[in-house]
Design a protein around this ligand. Structure first.
Ligand code: NDP
Length: 337
């Protein structure tokens, strides 16, 4: 691989960046997450190619967390190597996020929402990625045993000391989000963004969260918009070898692919074909139909998947009639299947 890689000069020509809530920051409508496919068990050269391709196509935002891998930490290490090899000259063009909340090291300070854990974890993440700061630091999940003031205080501290530029929340339900946002505002470090799960198979965020985010001026980056790949043509006839459900590295298990689910997927696949789209592309067009959603945060196993998903942006936005035709095949708003 050439050492003198340069990003595509045309990378900003077509990406329709969207404003993140009421902030000054714009994000691409599709961003790339490194939860899976970029760990120590994966081929590092493939990950490097996907990251370079993403940036070449105008994806300025890469999403990480302390525990991404497997093993935990290895996705940040891979990202750090690609930063050093390829992306370093472009640091000011990148939005890099990381998170802390899930188990990371043994003992009482290695998970959840204490100030002790969050700030130590952020230092570890910066070391693994070889960065001076991240753009967004998230509390990865709410911790009912730690005062919200302490967790939000740690995020605010990370911003004040320059190790993060913005604070974010992930997996917080609507009421806790409202309270957390009020605390962060008071501390002078408003919440930039919230990261919930949202897809055509999981509409929990429509049960109050999206309204809360809009009211609070917080942007929304939705994770697993393809439901970990379920919303693609690969599961229409079963669980193919090599797919995420077959690998057993996440919560997605083969038992999830039931005849009932496949019937939904087939119906959605027909609607996608009617628009000249792949099912994955329709799934992305669908989450992006809602102006409260800033960004769909995708995973991609290789460059072909990344390009396929990015092609969703070339299709027209869904019409009211198309949205109505999709609706009978989805769980009710606010629920999931
Ligand atoms: P997706 O729903 O996009 O699933 C990605 C998977 O779908 C791929 O690994 C691949 O699986 C398959 N796929 C992707 N593109 C295509 C395509 N065009 N055609 C066919 N199949 C495709 O997202 P993830 O679940 O990977 O989550 C994305 C990101 O969201 C994570 O990396 C992370 O940054 C974030 N996240 C955050 C969480 C949180 O708690 N805050 C939790 C989970 C994710 P296959 O290998 O089977 O082909």
């Amino acid at each position: 691989m050439a050492l003198d890689w340069q990003a595509d000069a045309g990378r900003y020509q077509t990406m329709p960046y969207r404003r993140c809530g009421k902030s000054g920051l714009k994000l691409p409508p599709i961003a790339l997450g490194l939860w899976q496919n970029f760990g120590g068990i994966d081929a590092p050269e493939t990950g490097r190619l996907v990251l370079r391709r993403a940036f070449d196509r105008g994806i300025t935002h890469f999403d990480l967390a302390n525990n991404y891998g497997p093993p935990p930490g290895s996705a940040e290490e891979l990202f750090g190597r690609v930063m050093a090899q390829d992306l370093r000259p472009y640091r000011d063009e990148l939005i890099v996020s990381t998170k802390a909340g899930y188990p990371m090291w043994p003992g009482p300070y290695g998970e959840n929402g204490s100030r002790k854990y969050l700030l130590a974890s952020l230092d570890q993440s910066l070391r693994r990625m070889g960065l001076d700061y991240v753009d967004i630091f998230y509390s990865h999940r709410p911790d009912p045993e730690t005062p919200l003031e302490e967790t939000m205080g740690a995020l605010a501290q990370a911003v004040r000391c320059g190790k993060a530029l913005y604070a974010g929340l992930s997996n917080y339900p609507p009421e806790t989000t409202r309270r957390a946002a009020a605390i962060l505002r008071e501390l002078g470090t408003p919440c930039l963004i919230h990261q919930p799960r949202y897809s055509m198979l999981d509409r929990t965020a429509e049960g109050g969260l999206l309204d809360t985010l809009e009211e609070s001026g917080i942007g929304c980056i939705v994770f697993s918009p393809l439901a970990q790949g379920l919303l693609s043509a690969k599961y229409l006839e079963g669980v193919p070898q090599g797919s995420r459900a077959s690998r057993g590295t996440t919560s997605l298990k083969p038992e999830r692919v039931t005849p009932e689910l496949q019937a939904r997927l087939r119906a959605l696949n027909e609607l996608a074909k009617g628009r000249g789209q792949s099912l994955a592309q329709l799934a992305l067009s669908w989450v992006l139909r809602d102006p409260r959603v800033t960004t769909a945060l995708i995973g991609a196993r290789d460059v072909a998947q990344l390009d396929d998903s990015l092609a969703a942006l070339a299709a027209g936005t869904l019409t009211a009639d198309e949205i109505a035709a999709i609706e009978p095949h989805l769980p009710a708003p606010g629920s999931a299947v």
